[in-house]
Design a protein around this ligand. Sequence first.
Ligand SMILES: Nc1ncnc2c1ncn2[C@@H]1O[C@H](COP(=O)(O)OP(=O)(O)OP(=O)(O)O)[C@@H](O)[C@H]1O
Ligand SMILES: [Mg+2]
Length: 252
Amino acid sequence: MIPGQAPKSTARPRTVIFGNSKGGVGKSTLALLMALGLATRHRDASVKLIDLDPQATSSNSLQRFCDQRFSVVQGSSLRCDDGSPNNEKILKHINTERLNNFKRRFVVLDGAAGHQPDNSAFLHHCDIMLIPTSVSDADIYATRSYISGLHALFSIRGNRQRAAGPALVILPNLVDSRDEFNELRHALSKERAYLGKPLYYSPAFRRAFREQRNDENIRIIFNQTQPYTLWLTSLVTQSHRLDKKPEKLFQL
Ligand SMILES: Nc1ncnc2c1ncn2[C@@H]1O[C@H](COP(=O)(O)OP(=O)(O)OP(=O)(O)O)[C@@H](O)[C@H]1O
Ligand SMILES: [Mg+2]
């Protein structure tokens, strides 16, 4: 090590990815909520958001919060020339930290629309995968096929020595009533995954990514969603408690 230079941390972080091949289901909104939620709840931890979406919605918005403890990674180097994820680069960002001053590390990945699990070996290194969806038919069909792609990926690489991929948790989003949540639960009842708590539709989320004086928009969202954000961040800190493969949909 060069004298005077801080050692790079290689301690394994708790890693969560928001993924769904379907666009507009709330991946970036929930990634923003998760990254800020973890950073405010765990002051002894560093939080890194890795934005895999070329649109860079969450990373552009979170850039203003960056400091020694909170960082954002984005850019074309995270993708190969054909647009598929650059597994090696992503893993490097997951595994290394500029400073190792912190007791714990969290990594939050914001996935891109159109993501295909079969070219994403980095997913094996995630602890938990959160899959937002709404109750619309288009979103449900896409979510089913995405989950089936994930199971295919994890069954190829899974063996007795190695955990077979991260726990999968479907996150119902943009829900407008309990009935709608029940409808979604019924439509996904055969999926081998966990089902999370519903996040209800709120106009406040439409302002999640803008930069406002005093971060009034963020404050409103956090006030409105306090119990949900607490639950969401606990999913990551408690991810080791989730048995990796429920036989059918298992409601948390
Ligand atoms: N619970 C909610 N209530 C109201 N609006 C929401 C909610 N969740 C997300 N939205 C809005 O839905 C839109 C899509 O959300 P978001 O950008 O997070 O989806 P995404 O899955 O990241 O999309 P993409 O695949 O294009 O990256 C945004 O305008 C966002 O503000
Ligand atoms: Mg997005």
